[in-house]
Ligand binder design. Structure first.
Ligand code: AMP
Ligand code: DBH
Length: 547
């Protein structure tokens, strides 16, 4: 592939433009447009801070000026790992404004993940928070930045550890990049940009050892956001509470932060996902919609029965990221006195939503239907042949906001894309006559632990590096709280089997994120194999659940 990422064929691009799915604007243009239409409307509330659209847009301009002066140039990639705070929103839009490309890294990612993201993308800068235990940024991040030849700048937001002097002269304080406000507030020279240019790089849940980067364009992301706002009933009166990490695609675009800005609503950033924090914000800010992963739904429902907070402003609670069980789904509406909306999405693109006016049964038993009339979906068997309604098969999709290939993938990947450019989601679904999808499992070897996706191979490779380990398999088993918990099965014929603590130490020592540490470690005599000699995960899972 001569370019870094595959664009849509011209014929399809023209179709998406002519049909009005793709419009001309840029990602940061959404803020500019709202600042012109409703300058004094509240745009962003976080911590003690409340910014109107005019104020937020001005702050984005100030940071954009600072970033451009570093210099950062159009098209350069910048790794962003920031918590749910104002700086995240300002950073993403400011980078977009100078034509740079943010790589959105979840806070849970460990140093090894960051290292490979920087290396795949040749990131020119990293913008991070001091993090828990200032060491995480001052030492670890600085080490990654100085080891990576591409990284010219390390920017750290304020707080403990946000030490201006990184020792190598490359560490800068985020605040120091905000250019002074001037009377006329000249915006930085906006470089020529195209709605079909790369706007963001997102991280794929992934099934292989190396993380994959998902290219999203200005036009596709804006469309995803705007159409999502519509099916979620989000308009300029909406107050969207972000409790999941802001870098999650769900929180960004379904409709999330970008979708709420697209229609001139208000975004509230929750500092943590706990129901007590969230309920206080819902009452104080009159929140109308929020988005949760299934693991958070139980705690929210429990707290709602105890809490004296007034939650009456809440109209919609979205749940997605992993499968929500029907019994819990049925409790959401009555307990929180609002509509449940199931969202089945992926950072690769396709979003499915249940409708706000759908019958209760449909909302509680399906994961919704495709957002766009231009979303093509197919449910196929192992040979790739389409299956009739009601029969489970793999979901394939193509459409105006779904990728055609990963960023800097060496060549078209037949495991993830069909020759016609359909993305193989790896999800096993059934589709009803009416097009409603139910997720019944996965084809891909991935564990979905409380919405965080773990590539089994990645953990297995690390386990295989431990002394005496001859075989390793990691599988997800059903768990009432996490959705799936990860279980490591180790073949260790000649020594003591490592304990979970030893496994944890090994993985964290290799820079893995904490959520990738197996919840359980078990010793086994052997691992069942398939005909072609691969570990038979299906059988393994079956054996474990029957045991
Ligand atoms: P990611 O690759 O991290 O963007 O995760 C996307 C994957 O999460 C999807 O392909 C599904 O496997 C899973 N997922 C997302 N939403 C749902 C949902 N509502 N129900 C079941 N699985 C989901
Ligand atoms: O899990 C996901 O990645 C996800 C879930 C809901 C997503 O990307 C989305 C909505 O946009």
């Amino acid at each position: 592939m001569s370019q870094d990422w595959p664009r849509r064929p011209e014929r399809l691009a023209r179709h998406y433009r002519e049909q009005g799915f793709w419009e001309d604007g840029l990602l940061d243009g959404l803020l500019r447009e709202q600042a012109a239409h409703r300058p004094r409307h509240p745009a962003l509330i976080s911590g003690g801070e409340r910014l109107t659209y005019a104020e937020l847009d001005a702050r984005v301009d100030r940071l954009a000026t600072g970033l451009a002066g570093l210099p950062l140039r159009r098209g350069e990639r910048v790794l962003v790992q920031l918590p749910n705070r104002t700086e995240y929103v300002v950073t993403v839009f400011a980078l977009s404004r100078i034509g740079a490309v943010p790589i959105l890294a979840l806070p849970a990612l460990g140093p090894a993940d960051l290292e490979s993201l920087v290396s795949i993308s040749d990131a020119a800068a990293m913008i991070v928070a001091p993090g828990r235990g200032a060491r995480a940024s001052s030492t670890v991040t600085a080490k990654i930045a100085s080891a990576a030849p591409s990284v010219r700048h390390l920017v750290v937001t304020g707080g403990p550890g946000g030490d201006r002097n990184g020792g190598d002269g490359r560490t800068l304080l985020w605040d120091s990049l905000l250019a002074p406000t001037t009377e006329s507030s000249p915006s930085p020279d906006a470089p020529e940009r195209d709605p079909d240019d790369l706007a963001l790089l997102l991280l794929s849940g992934g099934t292989t050892g190396t993380p994959k980067l998902i290219p999203r364009t200005h036009a596709d992301y804006r469309y995803n956001a705007r159409a999502s706002a519509e099916v979620s009933g989000v308009d300029e009166t909406a107050v969207y509470l972000a409790v999941l990490p802001v870098a999650h695609n769900f929180t960004m675009v379904s409709p999330g932060i970008v979708g709420t800005f697209a229609v001139g609503g208000t975004v509230v950033l929750g500092p943590d996902p706990s129901p007590t924090t969230a309920f206080e914000l819902i009452e104080r800010e009159q929140v109308t919609i929020s988005a949760l992963v299934p693991a958070l739904v139980g705690p929210w429902l429990d707290e709602a029965r105890r809490s004296t907070r007034d939650l009456s402003s809440l109209k919609v609670v979205q749940v997605g990221g992993s499968r929500l069980d029907e019994a819990t789904a049925r409790r959401v509406g009555p307990t929180l006195d609002c509509r449940l909306q199931q969202v089945f999405g992926m950072a690769e693109g396709l979003n499915n939503y249940t409708g706000l006016d759908d019958p209760e049964d449909l909302v509680c038993t399906t994961q919704g239907r495709p957002l766009s009339p231009a979303d093509e979906v197919l449910v196929v068997d192992e040979q790739g042949d389409p299956l009739p309604a009601g029969v489970a098969g793999e979901l394939l999709t193509r459409g105006p906001y779904t990728l055609r290939g990963y960023y800097r993938a060496r060549e078209p990947d037949p495991l993830r894309f069909t020759p016609d450019g359909l993305y193989r989601t790896g999800d096993l679904v059934t589709r009803s006559e009416n097009g409603d999808l139910t997720v019944v499992g996965r084809v891909k070897d991935q564990i979905n632990r409380a919405g965080e996706k773990i590539a089994a191979v990645e953990v297995e490779e690390m386990l295989m590096g431990m002394p005496g380990v001859r075989g390793a398999a990691v599988v997800g088993l059903p768990d009432p709280v996490l959705g799936e918990r990860s279980v490591a099965l180790l073949v260790v014929p000649e020594r003591e089997c490592p304990t979970r603590d030893e496994v944890r130490e090994e993985l964290l020592g290799r820079g893995a994120a904490a959520f990738k540490v197996p919840d359980e470690v078990r010793r086994v005599g052997r691992l069942p194999l398939t005909g072609v000699g691969k570990v038979d995960k299906k059988r393994l899972r079956l054996e474990l659940t029957e045991a």
